[in-house]
Design a protein around this ligand. Structure first.
Ligand SMILES: Cc1cc2nc3c(=O)[nH]c(=O)nc-3n(C[C@H](O)[C@H](O)[C@H](O)COP(=O)(O)OP(=O)(O)OC[C@H]3O[C@@H](n4cnc5c(N)ncnc54)[C@H](O)[C@@H]3O)c2cc1C
Length: 573
């Protein structure tokens, strides 16, 4: 095993990881900083895939209070209000930093102000964007800034275990696999940031990049950390549906299309959203996804089994100009977005749940920080479109500042628990010691199980069925090996490791979804269709005891209405 040392280790190079690296370097230039990432820095993760844009209350007619109320109401009053306030108040500063210090250029109005577009579920058009491919602008500029600084990179290094001290009282470092060689690499660090970005890729239709397999959440669970809101999985209503033989199926067609006035039609080519919500296509993602799912179940689907999205009535030339990236993506799959109809299906997009963390991004494990989609609490039961990249950049920046201060004040080198290191290696080696089997079949069963029974509409019987299937899949995976024992770029090995993480996190989702016997935000129980009283809102936490998924421990914690109570509004105070 190779051993390295760094003052600050950042896992992941999305918006959270790169903002953290830049802020930590600026706050404490004398500290060594290393970004370890499963892919290539700047080329992987979901921040690069951001299409629609970034929410910030920039306009004079808008306000931080309005953005806050939209976020709290969108999240069905489950959010940690202090975290949500940090999100909306700091987003303005981060957008300014992105433009004025980091070199991003967002679309503008004729008067030179930043253009902000409509996104569903918001009472003001506040989404800052660069055309309809905003993430490429953000991540390219962030990556350039990181490349230009004295920041170490461990690319194609996959983190596999958070390693604590022998007495479990702090983090000592992180075990990785150098994917290029298969070598194990232990990086000892005084502070570690978990910013691997969640990613619900355990569902049949999903949007996140292939490098995302809930690694951070699985590592956190195995390290005994507590997660919250795991039942809250957001489905984006409009995933491209182009058949099962293309990986374009499931990729997202951005929310701005509905924001701009796009219509959804069922297989009979009838508009249906007005029957489900007064805001029709501009209702929040959970409502639109459920409505589409109901239309799909009611029969009469499109040829590939979904519904249609059409923009034709807005003028093909206008659509071509305003949504160039989306028009080209649809054309690649044979659909005419500007002048015709595109088949779409709800697609698993984002996990509101994640690691319990504090306002300075610290966690319950000293030295371990978390930011971005790996964390829970900011969005509550549902995330507003445009609040995702705001979340990763706002909290990434906070984490960078906080880790720099922590290392200076109290961060010490800590010796790792050598037994834990050896145990983690043995766990990763498992597939080399088993007879070759069909990893892909396990993956397909997982995707179907989660889509059918732990997806958009849930009930007790389906969740119980899923519990059984997930336990069986876990056993099957542990008994399944690989044909090749070559460790260099062995993608079957990495698929195996991905699946191991996805099954563990799926079990956490299933358990939390069973625990919540009401419908709220992204979580819909057809056996408990009503929402419970808002004043009694509580969030579900889950952790595993002794590192084993058979010993989940669940609890309910009351939401603290630290800023605003249900029924009140900051706008009318
Ligand atoms: C298609 C798509 C469109 C979206 N559009 C929008 C939008 O318009 N507006 C919005 O607000 N949000 C949007 N989102 C959500 C947004 O992308 C995320 O909320 C946010 O970017 C997450 O940032 P992050 O830094 O937490 O994670 P990511 O950007 O996903 O970065 C995670 C990083 O961790 C790395 N990693 C993963 N596992 C490991 C491991 N084991 N070891 C080391 N590194 C690892 C990954 O390679 C990656 O570099 C969209 C998401 C998708 C998928």
């Amino acid at each position: 095993m190779r051993r390295l040392q760094t003052d600050i280790l950042i896992l992941g190079s999305g918006g959270a990881g790169l903002f953290a690296a830049l802020h930590a370097k600026q706050a404490a230039p004398e500290l060594s900083i290393t970004v370890a990432v499963k892919g290539l820095l700047g080329k992987c993760g979901c921040t690069r895939m951001v299409q629609g844009g970034y929410n910030a209350a920039l306009a004079a007619e808008d306000s931080i209070e309005r953005h806050f109320m939209d976020t709290i109401e969108g999240g069905a009053w489950l959010s940690d209000q202090d975290l949500a306030w940090t999100l909306v108040s700091s987003a303005v500063e981060r957008v300014r930093e992105l433009e004025n210090e980091l070199g991003c250029l967002f679309d503008r109005n004729a008067d030179g102000t930043i253009h902000q577009k409509a996104f569903a579920g918001q009472t003001f058009d506040r989404t800052v964007h660069k055309g309809d491919l905003t993430g490429i602008e953000i991540i390219n500029r962030l990556a350039e800034q990181v490349w230009a600084r004295d920041i170490e990179r461990l690319e194609e290094h996959r983190a596999i275990a958070l390693i604590k001290t022998p007495d479990n009282d702090a983090i000592a470092g992180v075990l990785h696999i150098d994917m290029r060689t298969g070598e194990y690499v232990f990086v000892q660090a005084r502070a570690v940031l978990l910013a691997t970005g969640g990613g619900p890729t355990m569902y049949e239709y999903h949007t996140p990049s292939g490098d995302k397999s809930c690694d951070g959440l699985a590592m956190a669970l195995r390290a005994g950390l507590t997660l919250r809101d795991m039942e809250m999985v957001q489905f984006h209503p409009t995933g491209l549906l182009a058949g099962s033989d293309t990986r374009m199926t499931g990729t997202v067609l951005e929310e701005g299309l509905r924001g701009a006035g796009g219509y959804l039609l069922n297989g009979a080519r009838e508009r249906f959203m007005q029957q489900y919500d007064a805001r029709a296509e501009r209702a929040t993602r959970d409502i639109v996804s459920r409505a589409i799912f109901a239309e799909m179940r009611a029969g009469n689907p499109t040829p590939n089994g979904g519904v249609y999205l059409t923009m034709n009535h807005l003028g093909a030339d206008h659509v071509r100009e305003a949504f160039k990236g989306m028009v080209e993506r649809c054309a690649d799959c044979g659909f005419d977005l500007a002048g015709g109809m595109v088949e779409v299906v709800p697609t698993a997009h984002y996990m509101m749940g994640g690691v319990l963390f504090n306002g300075d991004c610290s966690t319950s494990l000293p030295g371990l920080f978390a930011a971005g989609e790996d964390t829970g609490g900011v969005h509550g039961a549902n995330r507003l479109g445009g609040n995702g990249v705001a979340n990763s950049t706002v909290f990434g920046a906070i984490a960078g500042d906080a880790m720099a201060a922590w290392v200076r004040a109290e961060g010490a080198w800590r010796a790792p628990d050598e037994d834990a290191l050896q145990h983690a290696v043995a766990e990763a080696e498992q597939p080399f010691n088993r007879a070759a089997g069909d990893v892909e079949q396990i993956r397909e069963t997982l995707l179907a199980c989660m889509w059918e029974d732990v997806g958009i509409v849930r009930n007790e019987a389906g969740l119980a069925r899923a519990a059984q299937v997930l336990a069986e899949l876990d056993d099957q995976l542990k008994a399944t090996g690989m044909a090749s024992d070559d460790r260099a770029f062995n993608l079957t090995w990495h698929d195996w490791l991905n699946l191991s993480n996805l099954i563990l996190v799926s079990r956490a989702i299933q358990r939390a979804a069973t625990e919540r016997r009401e419908s709220r935000g992204a979580h819909f129980r057809e056996d408990f269709p009503e929402r419970g009283p808002l004043e009694k809102s509580s969030y579900v936490t889950v952790r595993v005891k002794n590192g084993t998924a058979d010993q989940f421990e669940l609890a309910e914690q009351p939401v603290k209405f630290s800023i605003i109570r249900p029924g009140e509004s900051l706008l009318t105070r």
